[in-house]
Design a protein around this ligand. Structure first.
Ligand code: GLC
Length: 547
């Protein structure tokens, strides 16, 4: 990517009815760690604004911003105290307005996070609930219950918090309240019409401000099983995403999403919602994207699949089939702010990086919409050796190495020393490893073999080629350990085909040269008719119409 290509295409947002989201590449900005404009060591909205030309130049279609609302930051913004204002740490409401306008002018859509499963314990509603008596309307907005046992000293049921320990906290007056996450994140009661009305209003507030959609936090948790029955199982955290629990993925949660879809559809401009839903099967996940529900759901089955051809193929096939059955686009995601970065998950070091490069080409060639987590375009690894005193994530208290700070380390932009241009000041809220000097945006910009340029080039081709993006794929036979498929343009527009081969195995394989080489994730050798694909390498070809 040269300096020239960093100049944004001005205002090329397509109008209504384009279903832009079916093949959008959506870049996740973890606001705290993206760019710090005021030197306090924490990323902010003006910081993002200043980097929009870079993001537009990278070639993504939209940004998803993690929560920047007023928050005591017990869970770094996922504990919201005021849904209609910006936390001073991140800027002002005017900064949000300016960011939305500038992003649109750069051809980038904006998706904001909405956190409807719980509020902060500092939210006016929860403060009112604490001050009110058991049985009051104020408490009915949350999930308060009396305890079990002779004096109610036992929690109302056996539910465990995702962050460890019981999901209930007792108040001095004897009642307990439910929090599926930290005690500072009391769960809302979605049986209460007041909660529905309040969130409809919050959604409208941001839609009126011009956002293009929402990422719905814990979209699978908003409805609880009637009567709040016991799970009957300790160590519930191990069951997350593998079984239906009485607090996750309940059938009636879909009623809420249908209501939200109606609201979104009442706005012009294809405003969307993407569900953060950890569902046990691709079928159950696809249910969140039925035509009258949300537009997309994160595909965590893809994210958690191991780097092996059969496992990857199975999850790709199931994702395409189940999404297709409900008419939704499949989505693809490799990393986010809650999981270990995939360079590290795939083995770390050179091997992890090689696999991450191949995974980028695999992912961006698949039909549907893709998410890119900030820093994956730089090949950032998980920071595994963050000193104890810097670790801040509440989930670390679970004690099984579950802390998420290591994937949230601020981005290195330029220069030779931390904080590498992240902030106007000399520091960053989590320390950036000195070794990241070779991974900065500036260091990678002029290196044609860098991860940054691999992403930029893949995104450029994906945008320009009629066969990539939305549609279907056809598998081709390939050697063991590989995935080989063809993408073909559909509809009446420009014709074209792309072949993609990925070698996930441990030894080099020979594959036919399917056409003209477009892009490779690493060095490949060819002898005209064939290509030798080294381990952990992917290749895209442009295929002739009759090829
Ligand atoms: C989601 C967020 C995560 C947060 C949790 C509670 O899983 O992605 O960061 O801790 O919800 O809001």
């Amino acid at each position: 990517m040269t300096q020239d290509t960093l100049t944004a295409p001005a205002g090329d947002l397509a109008g209504d009815g384009t279903r832009w989201w079916r093949d959008a590449v959506i870049y996740q900005v973890y606001v705290r760690s993206f760019a710090d404009s005021d030197g306090d060591g924490v990323g902010d909205l003006p910081g993002i604004r200043s980097r929009l030309p870079h993001l537009a130049g990278l070639g993504v279609d939209a940004l998803w911003l993690t929560p920047f609302y007023v928050s005591p930051m017990a869970d770094f913004g996922y504990d919201v105290a005021d849904y209609r204002d910006v936390d001073p740490l991140f800027g002002t409401l005017d900064d949000a307005r300016g960011l939305i306008a500038d992003a649109h002018a750069h051809g980038l859509r904006i998706i904001v996070d909405v956190v409807p499963n719980h509020t902060s314990d500092r939210h006016a509603w929860f403060q009112a609930a604490l001050a009110a008596a058991p049985g009051s309307p104020e408490r009915a907005r949350y999930i308060f219950r009396d305890g079990r046992g002779p004096d109610g000293a036992e929690p109302p049921n056996d539910w465990e918090s995702v962050f460890g320990g019981p999901a209930w906290t007792r108040l001095p007056d004897g009642q307990w309240y439910l929090h599926l996450f930290a005690p500072e994140q009391p769960d809302l009661n979605w049986e209460n019409p007041e909660v529905h009305a309040e969130f409809a209003d919050v959604l409208r507030f941001w839609l009126d401000l011009g956002v293009d959609g929402f990422r719905v936090d814990v979209a699978h948790g908003m409805a609880k099983a009637p009567g709040l029955p016991d799970v009957g199982h300790a160590d519930q955290v191990e069951m997350l995403g593998t079984a239906v629990l009485p607090y996750f993925d309940q059938d009636h949660v879909h009623d809420i999403h249908r209501e939200w879809r109606r609201l979104l559809d009442s706005y012009a401009g294809e405003r969307i919602a993407v569900a953060e839903a950890w569902a046990p099967t691709p079928e159950r996940l696809a249910a969140y994207t039925r035509p009258d529900e949300l537009h997309q759901a994160f595909n965590f089955h893809y994210l958690t699949a191991s780097w092996e051809a059969p496992a990857m193929r199975r999850v790709i096939e199931e994702s395409l089939r189940t999404a297709g059955e409900v008419g939704a686009p499949a989505t693809w995601v490799l990393s986010n702010h809650d999981v270990k970065r995939h360079v590290t998950r795939y083995g770390g070091g050179d091997r992890g990086l090689r696999r991450a490069r191949a995974a980028a080409l695999l992912t961006l060639a698949l039909p549907g919409s893709s998410y890119v987590y900030q820093g994956e375009e730089l090949g950032l690894p998980e920071v595994l050796d963050l000193p104890e005193e810097f670790q801040q994530d509440p989930q670390r208290l679970r004690g099984d190495g579950a802390g998420r700070d290591g994937c949230r380390v601020p981005l290195p932009w330029e220069g030779e020393e931390p904080p590498f241009g992240f902030g106007a000041g000399g520091g960053s809220w989590l320390p950036i490893p000195t070794g990241w000097r070779d991974l900065t945006v500036a260091a990678q910009r002029d290196d044609p073999r860098s991860m940054l340029n691999l992403y930029a080039e893949a995104l450029r081709i994906r945008r320009a080629h009629p066969a990539l993006g939305d549609g279907s794929l056809r598998w081709l036979d390939g050697p063991a350990g590989t995935l080989v498929f063809v993408r073909e343009s559909a509809g009446d527009g420009a014709r074209g085909r792309v072949a993609c081969a990925v070698n996930l195995g441990g030894r080099a394989v020979r594959v036919p040269a399917y056409g003209t080489r477009l892009l490779a994730s690493g060095p490949v050798r060819g002898d005209g008719d064939h290509v030798e694909l080294p381990p952990d390498t992917a290749l895209w070809w442009d295929v002739e119409e009759d090829g």
